[in-house]
Structure formats: structure tokens, C-alpha cells
Design a protein around this ligand. Structure first.
Ligand SMILES: [Zn+2]
Length: 313
């Protein structure tokens, strides 16, 4: 496991509101700027050993919700059940291996946005002894070094070599702001790998806000050049999940929905038979692998970008 040491990460941290330096204490952090509302000595609490660097004035997170014991690692389903219910994300495996190959230098830093748990298919990032992984999430976890809101990432400009953001951008109120923050904290030419749902049901209840088409996802990363983009899971997976949720709705039973998903698991294998353009138009989730640049994609470029199967009439 190559999580960067907390002391090393502390050198990169800044105030989430004004981006001034921070003063680190044992029980709290605070901003050095006397003009900042987070200047008082107890401004940013330390929970467990992790600083909570949230600009509470601008976040949906509440201070009182974050003061508590660190979250335990999530329980895992038995391997056989897990294989059917939540199979390994092979697209993420392939793409994170590619991301790691593209990362230069002897000890590159990789920031995981929403890194409270290890995402499906991205374990290689944590297993690579060369990579220094920095993680944050909206609650403390053993996999992270600080708590933060992705709309105001408390890291200095150009402080990391790569960013991994998997199944997060649908849960933020302003994904363009989050991607702007990802762009800011990346070094020039830094890499980003994102996976985001397109046609999926609401999950995480009140904390699920948006979906993206392939073009919408590309435009979100308009200040990045594209290395690769495509479908994580296609129309078969989308139909499988829809069947699960239709049955949930008809029966008002999550168990009945899950049983339906178990019985129809084979639908996901149809993904492999659908050509890329059709899959893109009807994807369950999409990915984008890109490199930071200064230039922004123009509105006309994004219209030309469309890679789906539909043709103009
Ligand atoms: Zn400040």
C-alpha cells in the first residue's frame, strides 16, 4: 500500500476558503491569514488523526456530522456473491494500468477524490510502490489523509501528478467546479481518470444530483486533452439495472429487485456485442482519461465530438 505519509501531505495542504497556508496542530488546523474566517485556532477540527478541511460556509457538509470516530472499512460480500452482484470493473483495471504507465518520475503523486474506499477495479493504484497516493473524502477513512469537499480541494496549485475520480461527479452539486479544482491542483500536463454514470438509477438517495452523456462528460473536461474515452458498462448492464429497479418499484421490495438482478445477470454480457457508438448512446457509465492543458474546447468542437450511433436527419 502506497498511501502518502500524512506529514508529507501536510506540506501540500492549503485553506479551502482562501488557499493561504495552514497551521497544523494536534487537535485542530487553522488558516494563517488573519483576514480569513478560518483563522481562529480551532477552525478546522482534527477527527481521528485527519484534519477536516471543509469550508463549511460553502459546503453541504455540516461540522457536527464530521466529528465522530473514523468510519470502519466497508464489509465485503462473499466472493461468489460479489462476482455476480458486483463483478470486477475490468475497464477500470485496464485504464488505471494505463494511467500508471503514463505517470512519469520515480515517486509521482496521485490524488483520489472520494477515496474513502478503494473503488472497483482501481486497486493497482494502491499496490504500485512507486505511486504516492493522496486521498480525501467527505468522512474520515483509513484510506485518506484529510476530509474535504471536492468543490474546494485544500491542496496547493499544481501539487499532484494525477487525479482519480471514480463514481463521484454525480454526487457533487457543481461538477464543473470540481473539475476546475482538479485542473487547478494538477501539475501542467497532469493526468485525470474519471468514471461517471450516464443511465443509472438514483443511488445514495439525497446525495445524487447529475448524469452525463458521453459528450456532456467530455465537455466537463474541456480543459483537458483526451487520451481515451469510452463506455465502462453498456446497454446490457443498463437494462439489468433497470429490470432490478422496475421490480423494486412494482413490489416495493429491494430484495425482489436484487433477486431479479441475480436471475438476469447474463444481460451484462450482451454489452460486449454492442458496437461502441450504440453503447455510448445507451451506456450505464462512461470514462475519460485526459491530460491537463490550458486551451478550452469550443462549443463547436463539442458538437463535432459526438461519437454515438445517431446520424443527422
Ligand atoms: Zn483561509
Amino acid at each position: 500500500m502506497a498511501l502518502a505519509a500524512l506529514d508529507q501531505v501536510k506540506l501540500l495542504l492549503v485553506c479551502p476558503q482562501c488557499r493561504s497556508a495552514l497551521v497544523a496542530g494536534d487537535s485542530a488546523f487553522h488558516c494563517v491569514s488573519a483576514a480569513c474566517p478560518y483563522h481562529p485556532a480551532d477552525a478546522f477540527p482534527v477527527v481521528g488523526r485527519l484534519p477536516v478541511l471543509v469550508d463549511f460556509e460553502r459546503s453541504i457538509l455540516r461540522r457536527q456530522d464530521l466529528v465522530g470516530p473514523p468510519r470502519a472499512a466497508g464489509g465485503r460480500l462473499p466472493q461468489l456473491v460479489r462476482g455476480v452482484w458486483k463483478p470486477l470493473n475490468r475497464v477500470a483495471v485496464r485504464n488505471t494500468e494505463r494511467l500508471l504507465r503514463l505517470l512519469p518520475g520515480p515517486a509521482p503523486t496521485l490524488l483520489v477524490v472520494g477515496g474513502g474506499t478503494v473503488g472497483n477495479g482501481v486497486a493497482a493504484v494502491y499496490a504500485d510502490p512507486r505511486v504516492q497516493v493522496i486521498g480525501f473524502d467527505i468522512a474520515p477513512s483509513a484510506m485518506t489523509q484529510f476530509v474535504a469537499d471536492a468543490h474546494q480541494i485544500p491542496l496547493a496549485d499544481r501539487s499532484v501528478d494525477a487525479v482519480l475520480v471514480q463514481a463521484v461527479l454525480e454526487h457533487v452539486l457543481d461538477p464543473a467546479q470540481v473539475v476546475s479544482e482538479i485542473h487547478r491542483v494538477l501539475v501542467d500536463g497532469g493526468l485525470v481518470y474519471a468514471e461517471t454514470p450516464f443511465l443509472q438509477q438514483v443511488h445514495a438517495g439525497a446525495y445524487d444530483f447529475l448524469r452525463f452523456t458521453a459528450s456532456g462528460h467530455r465537455y466537463l473536461f474541456r480543459r483537458f486533452s483526451e487520451i481515451d474515452a469510452g463506455t465502462v458498462a453498456g446497454p446490457g448492464t443498463q437494462l439489468l439495472w433497470s429490470a432490478d429497479h422496475l421490480v423494486r418499484g412494482l413490489t416495493q421490495s429491494t430484495t425482489a429487485g436484487r433477486l431479479t438482478r441475480g436471475a438476469l445477470f447474463w444481460l451484462r454480457y450482451l454489452d460486449a456485442l454492442v458496437p461502441a457508438g450504440y453503447a455510448s448512446d445507451n451506456a450505464s457509465a462512461l470514462y475519460f482519461l485526459g491530460r491537463k492543458r490550458d486551451r478550452e474546447m469550443s462549443p463547436k468542437e463539442i458538437v463535432r465530438y459526438y461519437r454515438g450511433a445517431q446520424r443527422p436527419r
